[in-house]
Design a protein around this ligand. Structure first.
Ligand code: UD1
Ligand code: MG
Length: 477
């Protein structure tokens, strides 16, 4: 670094002086994806719980572009509908005439002084940092190209360099000479270029090639001819630039993403019984010393407090678990809030609106929906609590059911603190059980059960003295 003696201004050699050009991102997503063999457009295929295109749009947005264009064609309406209400400019490419033609469809809306970044709806794992570094290389005098060194470059466009190692052009596999085919530096397709020049180059594309398409890749040779430098940036990680063409590749990317997220969880201090059998498909926030057993699937937004333990085979979607809570094997929790030190499962189901207060226990084959279970309360076996408010210190016996639905409407059950509900009780809502009330096992409760009293609602037991067991009719008869 040199100091200017007079002004004292520190000047770095690489500083370009101007502020960066506004960014327009163009995502190509018009292809059909024939090899997926699916009714769904390729970019709507699911990767770790989100459509492929969603991953790309999230990455694109992280770059804070001035505008975001998505070029659609095959299944375009379905794609638009899936992203309804999002800040995206949709551009229709009615006929798929090649990647260059696709980018061209977005150009009329992009001002000359923008920088254009081209991304792909089926290349979902690119990192924001990689793209930031790429954009930083692009300017009015320089095109930035993301390339990748490949063990097997089959199918990729090859990056052709001159004797001094400068990028000269890209040649598609099917147009490449045997010598060019030996080049192992592949084109990822991702590039950043100044909009004004890119517009001119795209207008000059010809389709006189092996595929009869307008190749975006041909703009590289045009840039060089116009005296621009092409800065090739090698992707550090091959997985990052992988595209999806078939379900095998989709599964491969799923594995990459799974591994990335498992690594992030381990780094955050989570113990994973097996990082290969941990599926985080949404956002995860964890406290200290969280332990997660095998085959756990986390979807949506999941928050796990300190010392939470999740047993094998559990599925959690949009849940928040307080510190010290333990979820035993094969429990399914969705849109619920669980406070500290609760014990859930095995084989428990918490549905939307379930709320367990501190220290509550929910055991096997218990389903809870839109209901609060108060602090220290227990429902340990074979029970359904729906549309209910259960106070603290309540014991709900095995086989208890809140009969919340009359065929037309849902009704609430209220159970006061300290109540004891005998096994096999039917609580026909709307109904109230008072504080400290005891319900005799096998009762069908249809009226308020007063506080502190034993309520029995079942027929009296009788034994018939002279009753005889029937006997089989004789065969001769
Ligand atoms: C392209 C590149 C190749 C590169 C490879 C990386 C060109 C000419 N070739 O080849 O150099 O190594 O990607 O994977 O660019 N698309 C449209 N409209 C079209 C054509 C394509 O939206 O008219 C979209 C597709 O949906 C796809 C992407 O562009 O997402 C790439 O198209 P594809 O035909 O797969 O190009 P490749 O032959 O793989
Ligand atoms: Mg492809």
């Amino acid at each position: 670094m040199k100091k200017k003696a007079k002004t004292g201004i520190v000047k770095k050699k690489t500083v370009k002086g101007n502020k960066p050009a506004p960014l327009s991102i163009v995502v190509l997503a018009a292809g059909q994806g024939k090899r997926m063999n699916s009714a769904l457009p390729k970019v709507l295929q699911d990767l770790a719980g989100q459509p492929l295109l969603r991953h790309v749009l999230d990455t694109a947005r992280a770059l804070s572009p001035a505008a975001l264009y998505v070029v659609i064609g095959h299944g375009g309406e379905a794609v638009r509908a899936a992203f309804d209400g999002q800040a995206v400019s949709w551009v229709l490419q009615a006929e798929q005439k090649g990647t260059g033609h696709a980018v061209q469809q977005a150009m009329p809306s992009i001002p000359d002084d923008h920088l254009v970044l081209v991304l792909y709806g089926d290349v979902p794992l690119l990192r924001v940092e990689t793209l930031r570094a790429l954009i930083a290389e692009a300017s009015a005098r320089q095109v930035a190209l993301l390339t990748v060194e490949l063990a097997d470059p089959a199918g990729y466009g090859r990056v052709i360099r001159d004797a001094r190692g400068r990028v000269k052009s890209i040649v598609e596999q099917r147009d490449a000479s045997p010598r060019q085919q030996r080049v192992r530096e592949g084109n990822t397709g991702v590039l950043a270029a100044p909009a004004g020049l890119l517009r001119r180059w795209l207008a000059r594309l010809r389709s006189n090639n092996a595929q009869g398409e307008f190749y975006l890749t041909d703009v590289i040779a045009m840039a060089v001819r116009d005296g621009l430098h092409v800065a090739a940036q090698l992707a550090g990680d091959e997985a990052e630039v992988l595209g999806v063409n078939d379900r095998q590749q989709l599964a491969q990317l799923e594995a990459v993403l799974r591994a990335r997220r498992a690594q992030a969880a381990l780094r955050a201090g989570v113990t994973l019984a097996d990082p290969l059998r941990f599926d985080q498909r949404g956002e995860l926030q964890t406290g200290r010393d969280v332990r997660i057993d095998i085959n756990v699937v986390l979807e949506g937004r999941v928050e796990l407090g300190d010392d939470v333990r999740i047993g094998p085979g559990c599925v959690l979607r949009d849940v928040k678990l307080g510190a010290g809570t333990v979820v035993h094997a094969h429990s399914v929790l969705e849109q619920c809030v669980v406070e500290a030190d609760c014990v859930i499962g095995p084989f428990a189901r918490l549905r939307p609106g379930a709320h367990l207060e501190t220290g509550a226990h929910v055991g096997n084959y218990v389903e809870i929906k839109n209901a609060t279970l108060g602090a220290g309360s227990k429902a340990n076996h074979l029970t359904y609590l729906g549309d209910a408010t259960v106070g603290s210190g309540v014991n709900v016996g095995a086989g208890t059911i809140t009969c919340n639905y009359d065929g037309a409407n849902k009704w609430r059950t209220e159970i006061g603190a300290g109540a004891f509900i005998g096994s096999g009780s039917m609580l026909v809502a709307p109904v109230k059980i008072g504080e400290g009330a005891t319900i005799a096992a096998g009762s069908t409760i249809t009226k308020e059960a007063p506080a502190g009293k034993l309520t029995v609602a079942r027929s009296r037991q009788v034994s018939i003295e002279d009753w005889q067991r029937p006997v089989k009719n004789s065969k001769r008869g």
